[in-house]
Design a binder for this molecule. Structure first.
Ligand code: 13P
Ligand code: SF4
Length: 368
């Protein structure tokens, strides 16, 4: 008996597609797939991809949507860790897909399992971390770090629930090791009333994180030395200039921005919160927004009919270059293959790792 192998169509045949043709082919493939596929889209996706979204959201909302979907295929227009979360939270027979495997997150790459395990070992020379420290990983991290948290009594957080997750953590243990984003950790700790001098930076490239025993003993939160290269572009000087020009203007930023940018903003929130806050604001309000450019440009368009003006915080063009990798050509290639029964770019977290990571994710969903 001969076995028929279904070989995926190579991406090479889609690479040179004109945007308009790619768009038509996406529409046609989506129509053929019907409700077998759902397109989940993060708010940083480019307009020519975002227009095809079935559902949009920030990381927390998209995690919930992935866990509730009935579709056979969850096509994630976002970055790698998001497609991993979709795989972990969906049913075993559902398939999570990332249209371009090169769509990673440079911040997530700043913490690896080897380095976090080393930090845990080094901390154990001064205390028993499994009794004293809750490991908290930002959702922007690889699945093996979520699994580490699941195994060590820890939890996942997102930009929309981090203070609540810190409360959960401190109710169980006296300290937190927060990775990989120092800014989200610091801002959330500050919101809880933890003084800045009780938050220490752990440099993973130095022995003992570059900290003395006394500094570790004093720290309530040990912050990993990680950051988002997009959000670090936003500076307090941009806010000062805006406020001088428009004293009635409002400033809203993502908590991945530096502490000073957050402190000088009128509001802080996840991508979903930023969009909702600006949309719910009074007509004719002027906003300065500290988050990724695709979101800001879309939002500016959507609210301009109400007389609202939305400005991007940085003077230079800074997009999330990895989010940007999901383009109409990759999406057309993915969907046409799926419509023909060929799965490409599946994201599959190994079973053991997925089980432990799910524990940490479920703790977050229950606590949020
Ligand atoms: P949100 O969860 O706020 O959408 O943030 C995800 C992200 O990667 C921001 O850089
Ligand atoms: Fe990662 Fe920053 Fe891009 Fe968000 S904006 S996906 S944190 S690199």
């Amino acid at each position: 008996m001969s076995v028929v192998q279904i070989v995926p169509i190579s991406f090479d045949r889609f690479n040179a597609l004109a945007d308009r043709e790619a768009t038509e082919r996406i529409r046609a493939a989506k129509a053929r797939l019907g409700n077998k596929a759902v397109l989940l889209c993060h708010h940083y996706q480019r307009a020519d991809v975002y227009q095809h979204a079935d559902l949009t959201g920030d990381s927390l909302k998209l995690s919930r949507l992935a866990s509730q979907s009935d579709a056979d295929y969850i096509v994630f227009c976002g970055v790698h860790f998001m497609a991993e979360v979709a795989d972990i939270l969906s049913r075993p027979e559902q398939i999570s897909i990332l249209p371009d495997l090169a769509a990673g997150c440079s911040m997530a790459d700043m913490a690896s399992l080897a380095k976090v395990e080393r930090a845990w070992r080094e901390l154990s020379s001064v205390m028993n971390p499994d009794e004293k420290v809750t490991p908290v990983t930002y959702i922007n991290s690889a699945a093996d770090l979520k699994a580490f948290c699941g195994e060590h009594g820890g939890i996942v957080c997102t930009s929309s629930n981090a203070p609540k997750i810190l409360e959960w953590s401190f109710a169980r243990r006296e300290k937190v090791l927060f990775f990989p984003d120092q800014h989200l950790g610091r801002w959330s700790g500050h919101k809880m009333g933890i003084p800045l001098d009780e938050m220490a930076i752990w440099n993973p490239d130095l022995e003992m994180g570059g900290l003395t025993k006394a500094q570790i003993a004093k720290a309530k939160i040990i912050l990993w030395h990680g950051y988002c290269s997009v959000h670090q572009m936003f500076q307090p000087a941009h806010i000062i200039k805006f406020r001088n020009q428009y004293p009635d203007g409002k400033v809203i930023s993502h908590p991945e921005c530096s502490f000073e940018v957050c402190r000088q903003s009128d509001a802080i929130g996840s991508t979903e919160t930023i969009i909702r806050t600006v949309k719910d604001s009074a007509p004719d309000t002027r906003w300065l927004v500290g988050t990724e450019l695709n979101l800001v440009e879309r939002l500016a368009e959507e609210v301009k009919h109400e007389g609202k003006i939305v400005q991007f915080m940085a003077p230079t063009v800074c997009m999330c270059s990895t989010m940007q990798r999901i383009d109409p050509q990759h999406l057309a290639w993915t969907l046409e293959n799926l419509a023909d029964g060929r799965v490409v770019n599946q994201i599959k977290v190994p079973e053991h790792e997925a089980g432990l990571a799910k524990i940490a994710l479920q703790r977050m969903l229950d606590a949020s």
